[in-house]
Write a protein that binds this ligand. Structure first.
Ligand code: AMP
Ligand code: TRP
Length: 352
């Protein structure tokens, strides 16, 4: 592991492996967009890089929540990530709130984050509008600061890559800007992380409303494929997918529904968009939709089976998270000590 106090720009770990970090919220039920855009990348990431994955429960309290529900959803998410193939002996998987380092670094980073930049974030603007539309809608300061906490998550670990879906582009750019500004003002401290989005499947769309991304909040029920949906429900959702009035299974303008299904099948089959288009050339939309649904059902079946087993044992999940937290803390604590020192906080460092 890289020494905590060293300048680290562009440096690889002593083992020569790249470092990956990503976070996922323990809210709602996870859907096919999460799986294709993000979770799939986490699993391949652990094979080639030192990987740290965090279930971001502190982010989840930026909107009104029910405490018991949050804990249940946290276990859901942990079980799902393990069922998808995260292996705690190959990666660090932990719960954000187990480390006070994330909250502390968040506060420290607010000093190098521009209010105006936070105010320009699309996600903030959307969520704020959504909340304000509700009668007496309460918008927390935490929601505004959400991207700063996300910056803290990443910057605490001297990361090379952040695998996420397309909707996180702006947040990752802000993290890079925050790191640059801190380094400029206080000396080389943070590594500038790179955004990694998958080439195909970075933005899975709602099956009923293919101009909107698949999402837990604001999406349609029939257009959102939850990873824990029963196979016949998944098949039904694909059969009912909204397409267009043409007949060709190709991507193109006005064909967002079909394009979305093509991307999903390309990911599931581990093939290219062009390959799917040529295979289904001349085949009707009904048959194509049924084929995609069937492929997704088969693809998710082993994950669903493992999920059931893993979710049933909460103490085993706690043990994985506790071990992950300990290993994560060993990485983050020295970074925090360096940041505090650079900011002039606390007693002067005693150097050996
Ligand atoms: P969240 O559940 O909001 O924490 O999102 C977890 C990850 O899933 C993030 O990396 C998102 O960018 C990604 N993601 C969410 N929705 C989609 C979608 N519709 N298509 C692709 N990726 C997505
Ligand atoms: N904001 C991300 C999302 O909504 C979740 C997240 C929190 C995250 N911290 C992160 C993603 C750090 C990548 C890196 O999907």
């Amino acid at each position: 592991m890289g020494g905590a106090g060293e300048g680290n720009q562009g440096a690889l770990l002593s083992g020569g492996r790249r470092r990956i970090f990503s976070g996922i919220q323990p809210t709602g039920r996870k859907h096919l967009g999460n799986y294709i855009g993000a979770i799939r990348q986490y699993v391949t990431g652990q094979e080639r890089a030192d990987s740290i994955y965090c279930i971001v429960d502190l982010h989840a309290i930026t909107v009104q929540h029910d405490p018991a529900e949050l804990r249940a959803r946290l276990y859901d998410t942990a079980a799902l990530l393990l069922a998808a193939g995260l292996d705690p002996s190959r990666c660090i998987l932990f719960r954000q709130s187990d480390l006070s380092e994330h909250s502390e670094l968040c506060w420290l980073l607010t000093s190098v984050t521009a209010w105006g930049d936070l105010n320009r974030m699309h996600q903030w603007k959307q969520k704020r509008a959504l909340l304000e539309d509700r009668r007496g809608g309460f918008v927390s300061a935490g929601l505004f600061n959400y991207p700063v906490l996300q910056a803290a998550d990443v910057l605490a670990y001297r990361i090379d890559e952040v695998p996420v879906g397309d909707d996180q582009r702006q947040h990752i750019e802000l993290i890079r800007e925050t790191a640059r500004r801190f380094n400029e003002r206080f000396g080389d401290t943070f590594k500038i992380p790179e955004l990694v989005v998958p080439e195909v499947g970075a933005r899975i769309m709602d099956l009923q409303s293919p101009l909107s991304k698949m999402a837990t909040t604001g999406g349609t029920e029939l257009g959102t494929v939850y990873l824990t949906d029963q196979p016949d429900l998944i098949a039904k959702k694909f059969r009912s997918a909204v397409t267009d009035s043409e007949r060709e299974v190709v991507k193109g303008p006005g064909k967002e529904g079909i394009g979305n299904l093509i991307e999903i099948l390309a990911v599931v089959r581990e093939t290219s968009v062009a390959e799917v288009e040529s295979e289904f050339s001349g085949i009707g939309y009904g048959d194509f939709k049924a084929a995609v649904g069937g492929a997704v059902v088969a693809w998710l079946a082993p994950v669903q089976e493992r999920y059931g087993e893993l979710r049933a044992d909460e103490s085993a999940l706690e043990a994985v998270l506790a071990d992950g937290a300990e290993r994560a803390r060993a990485e983050a604590a020295p970074v925090l000590a360096e940041v505090r020192g650079k900011l002039g906080l606390g007693p002067p460092a005693t150097r050996p």
